[in-house]
Structure formats: C-alpha cells, structure tokens
Design a protein. Structure first.
Length: 255
C-alpha cells in the first residue's frame, strides 16, 4: 500500500479495497492497514478516506528498497554501532526501535548493542527522533580492535541459516508456482492479473529486503543464494510491469 501511494499523488480507500480484495484481503483488513500506516506517520489523510504518502513514508521505502544494492558495494570494514538504554517504562518505544534496526539490517552483538557493516545513520537518527528517544541511544562508527565479527559469528548474529532457508524456499516457489502462473498470465495479457502478480512479487521482495541484512561478501557463507534469487524475482517483477499496457489504469503504479 505504501509503495502504491509513493507512485501517485493520492489514493482513495475504495481504490485500495478494489485492488487488494482481488488479492484475498478483506475490506476491514485493508482499512485497518491504512489506519496503521497513518498512525505510524508513513501516510497522511488530506480528506476523509483519501491518503497520500508522507516524507517519512518515502524515506522508509527508500531505506528498505536500497538494501539489495549493498550486494554490489565494496565494504571498507567500518562498522556502525548503535547502543541503547531505554527504560522498561518505554518498552513499546524500545521494541519499535529494535524492530526498525532489524529491518535496516542491524544485528544484535551484545545486549542492547547493535552493529551493521553499512552506514544507516540517517535512518537510525530519524527513528530516534520519531520515537522521541533522544539521550537514550548512541551511535558510533569505527573498526573492531578486539572481538571482531567473523563470518562464523555473523552467521549466528544475523541468523543467516534461517535467511538462507527462506531464500531456498522462495526459489522453489518461484520455479514451481510463480513462473508457470506468470507464463500463463503473460499469454492472456490481462492487465489486472499482470498487476496482481506485480504486487505479489513486490510483497515477496519487500519481505526479503527486510529479512536479509545484505552483508558484505566477506561475511557471507560460501555459495550464498541471495543475490541470484533476488535478481530472478526482480526480473519477473519487471516483466509483469512491462507487459501492462500504457493506457491501463494500473500503468502509473508500475512505471
């Protein structure tokens, strides 16, 4: 939903319902999801039942969608370190902050100490300000002099075995379920069905973007499947988008 809003000036709740009911979601679920995004500050409602994305929402999309590009970057062996001490009385804020760190790709090194090989300081600062945690979080940048993160340690910190299993599961789904359905839909050329497949693949990719920390090659296990599977899934999404006619009402969302 947030992605769709990032493509247009605004959308009505009924338009969301018409799209997502085709994907098996109920009207109540869709409207609750919109309310949750509004409460989180990612979207705004300029008029009753109408929504537009906020600057915060766009920043969130950019942060998550930029993660796969890390696979192409050279790591300078500098680490971002985030340390927090949030009292139990602000547990909800603390949990939300930890979730945001995890989605950005930070791993738990020690109790309340998170690390990332990539620089997401701007995004972390934005979360600190959003949750009003100033004075309770510190951000450092540097290199380890002792207790460095080895590939074996990285595997445990970021639960890479689980993420690898997730990728392999997606690979099977791609070949056995999505690819045949995609081929059939491309032959029929129905814009709605193509758009629904585009949305489905977008959601699958977003889930992987949030789960995978996109570590440098130096920290990944041998024969890591992430790069190849992400590339294959992205190609399918692009193919669905390109097959949607320019004069279709769905075209603005995929161009």
């Amino acid at each position: 939903m947030l992605f769709l809003l990032s493509k247009v000036k605004q959308m009505g709740a009924q338009q969301f319902v018409e799209i997502y009911e085709h994907r098996g979601y109920t009207s109540t679920y869709i409207r609750n999801a919109l309310s949750r995004l509004k409460k989180e500050g990612y979207i705004a409602s300029p008029a009753r039942s109408w929504y537009n994305v906020t600057a915060e929402g766009l920043a969130y999309i950019r942060a998550i969608n930029s993660k796969p590009a890390r696979y192409q970057e050279q790591w300078d062996h500098t680490w971002d370190v985030v340390m927090l001490e949030v009292p139990e009385s602000e547990r909800k804020k603390r949990d939300l902050f930890r979730t945001a760190l995890g989605q950005l790709g930070y791993g738990l090194l020690y109790n309340s100490v998170y690390v990332s090989p990539w620089n997401y300081q701007n995004e972390v600062v934005a979360q600190i300000q959003k949750l009003e945690l100033e004075g309770k979080v510190s951000i450092l940048q540097g290199q380890f002099l002792e207790g460095s993160v080895t590939p074996l340690r990285a595997r445990a910190i970021w639960h890479l075995d689980d993420i690898e299993a997730l990728y392999l599961k997606k690979s099977v789904w791609l070949k056995e379920e999505f690819a045949p359905l995609m081929s059939k839909t491309l032959q029929s050329g129905q814009p709605l069905q193509l758009f629904l497949l585009y949305l489905q693949m977008g959601e699958e990719l977003s889930g992987l973007f949030m789960a995978d920390p996109y570590l440098p090659d130096e920290l990944l296990p041998d024969h890591w499947p992430g790069k190849l599977i992400i590339a294959e899934m992205t190609e399918y999404m692009i193919s669905a988008a390109q097959a949607i006619p320019e004069d279709s009402s769905y075209a603005p969302f995929v161009r």
